[in-house]
Design a protein around this ligand. Structure first.
Ligand code: GDP
Ligand code: MG
Length: 310
């Protein structure tokens, strides 16, 4: 018998807004873990999706769609991309091949060139997914492949359709065989719950970033203290109790807002997104606490899910 070693690792998914990152993640995991939307920039944060197979575990780091950093938030987001790429074993770049086949010029979009230039510095193997092949005639594929081949030393180039699911097995196999030997980082049976939990935290954090235009992002963390499901066998509702930790009293004031108005906006917007992720009603309770050194507090870090990578 030919015993295969267990393989595992982190894969960062990069690409321009609307390339199909979220759709691909959803299709690959078979779960609604990332949010798809026809609008660019829905996903502002790294979202982990985990694909657990008998002989491998792939952990995806979703990243915000890249665009040239102009605002502070942009810079923050491209920082998140860099972090994800640095932390990953393999980079999966996804591009809209249908759009590429319609492009007049025989070079990559400027933003993609920039993205690849920064990935190149980090010296990671990059697999290219040519997405949306369902939207284009097959014969247009070859010129697109050639264009990308010339532009960057991709480890492999794989045409697929994240929407229809065409090519999913091929890309999964390609990723798996390139992963290093490694442990099952996340226990197989706790994956969905952990991911929904931490994604709920990310969705709350996202609204804090969007709605407060202050110097808050770096000092804020969201901890999901309680995540309780009701109803069986069908889940009918979820209770979430979350604590927003910030560095300073002044940040706490901003997040709460006048008579709680900001916290209410954050909560309402986050709840709507959480409900669409969980596909059921959600009761969301938010608390704001100041913990000056939350980064060093192990109990908080554990709730934030940082203990998982040993
Ligand atoms: P993201 O911004 O990279 O996360 O992109 P999304 O996954 O949100 O997808 C952007 C848009 O492209 C959505 O309207 C998707 O339905 C659509 N889309 C994604 N993948 C495909 C595909 O394979 N074929 C087609 N026709 N549309 C796709
Ligand atoms: Mg997305």
């Amino acid at each position: 018998m030919n015993q295969q070693p267990f393989r595992s690792g982190f894969v960062s998914l990069i690409g321009l807004p609307n390339a199909g990152k979220s759709t691909l993640l959803n299709q690959l995991s078979g779960l609604h873990l990332a949010i798809t939307s026809p609008k660019p920039q829905t996903t502002r944060h790294i979202i982990q999706a985990i694909i657990d197979q008998p002989d491998s575990q792939i952990i995806f780091l979703d990243t915000p769609g890249y665009h040239q950093p102009k605002s502070r938030l942009d810079r923050y987001m491209s920082g998140r991309i860099t972090t994800a790429v640095m932390d990953s074993d393999i980079v999966l770049m996804i591009t809209d091949a249908a759009a590429a086949s319609e492009a007049r010029r025989n070079e990559l979009p400027k933003q993609e060139q920039q993205l690849l230039a920064s990935v190149r510095q980090m010296d990671k193997p990059v697999i290219l997914a040519l997405n949306k092949v369902d939207k284009m005639p097959k014969e247009n594929l070859l010129p697109v492949i050639e264009r990308y081949n010339k532009a960057y030393p991709f480890m492999s180039i794989i045409p697929l359709s994240a929407r229809s699911g065409d090519g999913m097995n091929i890309i999964l196999e390609e990723i798996t065989r390139r992963l290093p030997e490694g442990p099952r980082y996340f226990p197989a049976d706790s994956i969905t719950d952990q991911t929904e939990r931490s994604l709920a935290g990310e969705l709350i954090r996202e609204q804090i970033l969007l709605l407060t235009h202050e110097e808050i992002p770096h000092g804020v963390a969201v901890s999901i203290e309680l995540f309780e499901e009701e109803g069986s066998p069908e889940r009918e509702r979820v209770f979430i109790h979350a604590v927003i930790y910030c560095d300073r009293e002044s940040h706490k004031k901003i997040i709460i807002g006048r008579q709680g108005s900001m916290l209410k906006r954050i909560g309402t917007a986050a709840r709507i997104n959480i409900e669409s992720m969980l596909e059921c009603p959600c009761y969301l309770e938010l608390f704001v606490k100041v913990r000056e050194d939350w980064r060093n507090k192990s109990d908080i870090l554990k709730n934030l899910g940082f203990e998982t990578r040993k």
